[in-house]
Structure formats: structure tokens, C-alpha cells
Design a protein around this ligand. Sequence first.
Ligand SMILES: [Zn+2]
Length: 92
Amino acid sequence: MANANAPDDVDWDDAARMELEPDAIHENDDGYYFDCPECGSPATIENIIEKGRCNGYLNEQVEGIDFDVKNISCSARLQLELAYTADPESET
Ligand SMILES: [Zn+2]
């Protein structure tokens, strides 16, 4: 799916990856968000998935959060991954 705001020119193989601890996830009235690892602004899950950018880059204030996204510039590309594996089949 091509998206003008998140073109497929990002080499995600070289991206920094971090495991999400429970305290990395913040909740507000609109849903959940993370702190952008580059600029520290809120990055809502919706914006990460749909735009690949944090709210600082998008200049989108998050209601109820004391973080002014004005004058934030950020070059971080963001992507959420869900890693998956299964328990090995038991041999009984
Ligand atoms: Zn950012």
C-alpha cells in the first residue's frame, strides 16, 4: 500500500529496534501513544501505522498531553512491528 507520507524508500533492515515495555505505552482519551525516540513528542499508534511519523513531525497536538508539538522538527521514521513465533510442537 503506497502512502505519500510513508513511502517505501525506508530501509527498515537498518532501523533501530526496541522492545516495548509496558511503561513505554501511554494512554490518553484518544488511545495509546509512545514517546518518539528522536524528538520525544507523543507518537500515536494511529500516526505510526498510517503516517510512519510522530506527532511532532506531523504538528498534531495530542489532547491532554503537556507537550507542545509546535516548532518540533523530527526526521524519525516509525514503524510498529509485532514479532511472532509459536511454542514448539510438543512431541508427546
Ligand atoms: Zn519525533
